[in-house]
Design a protein around this ligand. Structure first.
Ligand code: AHM
Ligand code: MG
Length: 337
């Protein structure tokens, strides 16, 4: 029998290890973190798949630090990640959208030289209506000396210092996309074998844009230059073809579609939310890292997202992210007010 097609099967574990071998000085700690995150993603995916069946739908009753009502699955996903990550000896602290302060590594476990910041289940208000949700994560090297608990300063580093970042989308399939600074790579979960398989190596976002993702309900609260920018994207000022508007309202889903299909996601500041809505450390920074690695760009309208020096764990930032040309249009138009 002649085999005329041959596709090698690359699991995420194998890919991570092969990437690590490119760095002879690597200790394997970062690889371990990514592998543990892939395991947590599989566990969350299996919970998300059961939503509606296993009494995990609906609100948990408590509010998170931003005063939003937590969904049950938010809490479950947060727990899954903490428990998958706290005992590996690779992290010295974690922070989550769902918890106000730093999540220390318990005394009984060894502490390592990295910190992990994450949004365990972004877009969770969409779960009840079966819309894709996602996990977003960012890994930084600790700055504090010694083997003690990580500090707030370890978390408050600009995004260009991230050593790894990624997201998981729980959609029609489950995909994990990550970068360690050598391109952005996507893996699709094959549920029949429970493995993430390399499906999107070296993602490049198209230079030509197709999509605009924005919540236009806030137009009444936007500054005139933001209104003009969105009119430009929509082709309403006669200078260009209109982009198609697609807004899921689930950041990972909107970002992922635009990353693969070409486009721009914008969540500007508005009169009610003067820093926008999205969180710099575990939403904007990781997606900005991925986007840049895929040939795109990300800005808060004034400066590159990855250059912002954070001052608070849960700080918010306006976000303009996607194809380079569209982000440049945003920064140019927002500068001219
Ligand atoms: P969450 O972290 O509380 O789930 O909120 C973040 C979500 C993003 O997924 C999405 O892009 C955004 O909120 C949508 O906000 P809005 O409804 O204001 O357009
Ligand atoms: Mg979120």
């Amino acid at each position: 029998m002649v085999r005329n097609t041959y596709t090698s099967v690359v699991t995420i574990e194998r890919y991570i290890i092969e990437q690590e071998r490119l760095h002879p000085q690597a200790t394997g700690a970062l690889s371990g973190i990514l592998q543990d995150l892939a395991l947590a993603a599989k566990m969350i995916a299996s919970k998300v798949r059961l939503a509606g069946l296993a009494d995990v739908l609906g609100e948990h009753g408590s509010e998170n630090v931003q005063g939003e009502t937590q969904q049950k699955l938010d809490v479950i996903s947060n727990d899954i990640i903490v428990k998958a990550m706290d005992h590996g000896g690779r992290l010295c602290a974690m922070a989550s959208e769902e918890e106000e302060g730093i999540i220390p590594i318990p005394e009984k476990f060894k502490r390592g030289s990295y910190v992990l910041l994450f949004d365990p289940l972004d877009g969770s208000s969409n779960i009840d209506v079966n819309v894709p949700v996602g996990t977003i994560f960012s890994v930084l090297r600790r700055q504090s000396k010694g083997n003690g608990v990580g500090t707030l300063d370890d978390m408050l580093q600009p995004g260009y210092k991230q050593v790894a970042a990624g997201y998981v989308i729980y959609g029609s399939s489950t995909m994990m996309v990550y970068t360690t600074g050598q391109g952005a790579h996507g893996f699709t979960l094959d549920p029949s074998i429970g493995e993430f398989l390399l499906s999107h190596p070296g993602i490049r976002t198209p230079e030509a844009s197709r999509y605009l993702s924005v919540n236009e309900a806030y137009e009444q609260h936007w500054e005139p230059n933001v209104k003009a920018l969105v009119r430009r994207y929509r082709g309403m000022d006669g200078t260009r073809e209109a982009l198609n508007v697609r807004y899921v309202g689930s950041l990972v889903a909107d970002f992922h579609r635009n990353l693969l299909g070409g486009g721009v996601f914008v969540y500007p500041a508005n009169a009610k939310n003067t820093s926008g809505k999205l969180r710099l450390l575990y939403e904007c920074n990781p997606l900005a890292f991925i986007c840049e690695q895929a040939g795109g760009a990300a800005s808060d309208g004034q400066q590159r997202i990855l250059d912002i020096q954070p001052t608070q764990l849960h700080q918010r930032s306006p976000l303009f992210i996607g194809s380079k040309a569209e982000v440049t249009t945003a920064t140019e138009m927002l500068a001219s007010s």
